[in-house]
Ligand binder design. Structure first.
Ligand SMILES: *[C@@H]1O[C@H](CO)[C@@H](O)[C@H](O)[C@H]1NC(C)=O
Ligand SMILES: *[C@@H]1O[C@H](CO)[C@@H](O)[C@H](O)[C@H]1NC(C)=O
Ligand SMILES: *[C@@H]1O[C@H](CO)[C@@H](O)[C@H](O)[C@H]1NC(C)=O
Ligand SMILES: *[C@@H]1O[C@H](CO)[C@@H](O)[C@H](O)[C@H]1NC(C)=O
Ligand SMILES: *[C@@H]1O[C@H](CO)[C@@H](O)[C@H](O)[C@H]1NC(C)=O
Ligand SMILES: *[C@@H]1O[C@H](CO)[C@@H](O)[C@H](O)[C@H]1NC(C)=O
Ligand SMILES: *[C@@H]1O[C@H](CO)[C@@H](O)[C@H](O)[C@H]1NC(C)=O
Length: 665
């Protein structure tokens, strides 16, 4: 009665069922519920860095493959941040003390971007950072992964808040034996914590309903947050600039109507920067339509109170028509009301807090960018496995119920069995039909056999047993740990965790941690392994880098040639700007962060002025060896900074000293 073939078919059927049941669900990362940033307000997400966990609030970068955190040693010190605000640490989303993390592995000081390669390089960002690998978790509870690449920053520009990176490119550190660190999303997939290498993100909109927070989902999307459309976008080949769409037109309606752009351009969607970077001609049209004037000092389109009120009252809105192709094709239109452009600039972008319009004059094709402002009204889902993405108009519905849809992996049995998937390579449709029919017939026969045997013995048992089996199989009946909702700020455990994280004394390292650190410290002569971060003398090169990074965010002066921004020539008189240290360009566009082999003389004390702050003694700090702990050397190098840190305010994330009225609850 049972042929081998039918048996195989049934086995296959159950294998598929099992695989589906064990395949992970989309991971929804709840927003922090805070609105942060000096160019926002932006809905931020929680980040847990190091061991013990330190809690931060960061913006999301759809372009970055790594995360960035402001360092407590520098980020609110006058040396790197002149005249920091009194709530500096909180306003920067809290600071990370790498000395407090027992799992931090220092990599060294490198540029996040150099030679037009790296995060924000096309927009002229210059930023040096203290790199390391450490444990990283996103959301207050979500998964925590080891050895994630983290860039510690000091200066308040171009990154004021830290960021969490969504891109799937590995970060390569050539100083670590050409070690490649997989991106957060890749590690999540490798550990089978998400169904596919894909994410969805929308920035949230404070001006909508009762303030709508951002949303971040790995491996799925929330169909309740947007209006579906028929456009499918394909990723561009350049991995550092992949989410490119054709912007076919921009039109304005308000006190009058106008077309601001009519010739289609290719433009990059990137949440790293808040602004819309558009061709000069289009910026002129925006200036006319909104009566905007560029403030030369800040490089921003500042909008005064009277003007702002009249713009709000005019009900002006701007429509962006996007497609995957230059002309015709399916299109999706994203409409931004004036409120989406009504952002607030704070120190150090401007001296006095002011409203601004997030618009920048792009200097080259590579600068065309739809920044975070755009993602207030657009819902973006990216699928790196199929190299496609969706852009949809957000839907604003108070109390709409979440409807999370899984984006399956290209290799999952699910997608291979789906005949609608043109990519499924595994089985022919004949084989699929055979399996399906075989499975159905086999399952029916099996069920009949079981029913026959069991019915004869105990009639009642069936109904009961079947009900139980059904209940345990229903995934919705079980608490879904992958979907973590709602703020837990008031829970005791979170309070405790965050007060520890806020960095007082009560964060003991385990004995093992300490002895490990000792061993590496003495076992490896750190002086011998020390390398300067670049071929240029660290003092001049890095000082210049710091000056450049301070200026990069502020200046709008462009060199008229390429994507490079010429730093302001106005300096504080102490430093001589030099060209940035040359870091070998990476042809394939992967972020490579090389170090030069120049060894530091044993015991040589060098001035780190300008790397991450001014006048900090480097000592033997930051040898780029994977086995050397930075804990000891950090303590030596940053001793003086540390003392002043102790006096400065360090507020735990649940007790912000500012903007209580911004809390939605
Ligand atoms: C993280 O890095 C450390 C040191 O390089 C290594 O010992 C450890 O196995 C790594 N952990 C993972 C999960 O890769
Ligand atoms: C890394 O790779 C480059 C070229 O592929 C090579 O020149 C360099 O020596 C390597 N570095 C290490 C530390 O292995
Ligand atoms: C970075 O590392 C990945 C994985 O090891 C490798 O495939 C890629 O070629 C590396 N990129 C560069 C520029 O070395
Ligand atoms: C406000 O801005 C508008 C438009 O730029 C300008 O005409 C007006 O003079 C400004 N008002 C004040 C008080 O600065
Ligand atoms: C900032 O405000 C102060 C006090 O209102 C004023 O004196 C100063 O001129 C303003 N600065 C700028 C750049 O507008
Ligand atoms: C894009 O939308 C289509 C149709 O709604 C859906 O099938 C697909 O999974 C979406 N892809 C991503 C990456 O969101
Ligand atoms: C920094 O690390 C060193 C070595 O682990 C430790 O002795 C010191 O107390 C730390 N400093 C602070 C402020 O925690």
């Amino acid at each position: 009665m049972w042929s081998i073939r039918k048996f195989w078919a049934i086995a296959h059927f159950f294998a598929i069922c099992l695989a589906q049941n064990s395949s992970p669900k989309p991971l929804v990362i709840p927003p922090s519920q805070y609105w942060d940033g000096n160019d926002g307000p932006w809905s931020t997400f929680d980040l847990r860095v190091g061991k013990p966990e330190q809690f931060m609030r960061v913006a999301v970068s759809t372009a970055s493959p790594h995360s960035i955190v402001p360092l407590s040693q520098f980020a609110c010190e006058p040396q790197s941040f002149p005249a920091p605000p009194s709530d500096c640490a909180v306003s920067r989303g809290n600071l990370f003390d790498l000395n407090e993390s027992s799992t931090w592995t220092g990599v060294g000081v490198y540029g996040i971007n150099n030679n037009g390669v790296g995060l924000g390089a096309h927009l002229g960002y210059e930023q040096r950072a203290e790199w390391g690998l450490d444990e990283l978790g996103v959301g207050l509870r979500g998964p925590k992964l080891e050895n994630q690449s983290i860039a510690g920053i000091a200066t308040p520009e171009p990154f004021y808040l830290g960021i969490f990176g969504l891109n799937n490119q590995p970060v390569n550190f050539s100083s670590l034996g050409n070690q490649s660190t997989p991106a957060y999303i890749t590690t999540l997939k490798d550990q089978n914590k998400i169904p596919s290498i894909s994410w969805s993100y929308t920035a949230g909109a404070k001006y909508r309903l009762k303030q709508v927070n951002g949303q971040l989902i790995f491996g799925g999307y929330d169909a309740s947050r947007f209006t579906e459309n028929s456009v499918s976008f394909t990723m561009a080949d350049d991995v550092t600039r992949d989410l490119v769409v054709s912007l076919q037109s921009i039109s304005y309606s308000g006190s009058m109507s106008a077309t601001l752009l009519s010739d289609s351009i290719d433009i990059y969607i990137d949440s790293t920067d808040p602004n819309l970077w558009l061709p000069s001609k289009v910026v002129d049209e925006f200036e006319k339509a909104f009566d905007l004037t560029l403030d030369e000092t800040s490089g921003l389109y500042l909008v005064n109170e009277t003007h702002r009120n009249s713009l709000i009252n005019s009900n002006a809105q701007v429509s962006f028509r996007l497609s995957d192709v230059r002309d015709g094709g399916d299109t999706v239109t994203i409409v931004l009301p004036y409120a989406a452009f009504d952002l607030t600039a704070k120190h150090p972008l401007v001296d006095n807090t002011s409203h601004y319009f997030p618009l920048k004059r792009a200097n080259s094709l590579a600068q065309y960018t739809l920044g975070r402002t755009f993602l207030q009204e657009a819902y973006l889902s990216a699928d790196y496995e199929r190299k496609v993405f969706n852009v949809s108009a957000c839907k604003w519905e108070q109390g709409a119920e979440e409807n999370i849809i899984t984006i399956t992996s290209k290799d999952s049995p699910d997608s291979q069995l789906s005949p609608s998937d043109p990519d499924s390579g595994g089985l022919s449709s004949g084989a699929i039909a055979g399996i399906v029919i075989g499975s159905i017939v086999g399952a029916a026969l099996l069920a009949a056999l079981i029913a026959f045997i069991v019915l004869r013995k105990r009639r009642k048992w069936i109904g009961k047993g079947f009900a139980v089996a059904k209940q345990t199989k229903d995934p919705l009946a079980e608490p879904d740990e992958s979907v973590l909702k709602g703020p837990v700020f008031n829970s005791d455990s979170f309070r405790r965790a965050s007060s520890t994280a806020a960095g007082s004394s009560s964060a003991p390292f385990s004995a093992a941690d300490i002895s490990a650190a000792r061993t590496t410290e003495s076992g490896v002569s750190s002086a011998d392994n020390s390398r300067s971060a670049s071929g240029v003398s660290p003092r001049t090169g890095l000082a210049a880098a710091a000056v450049a990074s301070q200026n990069a965010g502020k200046t709008a002066e462009l060199d008229g040639q390429d994507t490079l921004i010429k730093p302001d020539t106005e300096l504080d008189g102490n430093e001589i700007p030099r060209p940035l240290p040359v870091v070998s360009e990476n042809p394939s566009g992967v972020y490579e962060l090389p170090a030069s082999p120049n060894a530091i003389q044993p015991g040589a004390e060098r001035n780190r002025q300008g790397i991450l702050g001014h006048g900090v003694q480097e000592g033997e700090h930051s040898p780029p060896s994977p086995v050397t702990s930075t804990m000891e050397s950090s303590a030596r190098g940053f001793g003086r900074q540390r003392q002043s840190m102790a006096n400065s305010e360090m507020v735990s994330p649940d007790t912000p000293t500012h903007r209580h009225e911004d809390r939605p609850f």
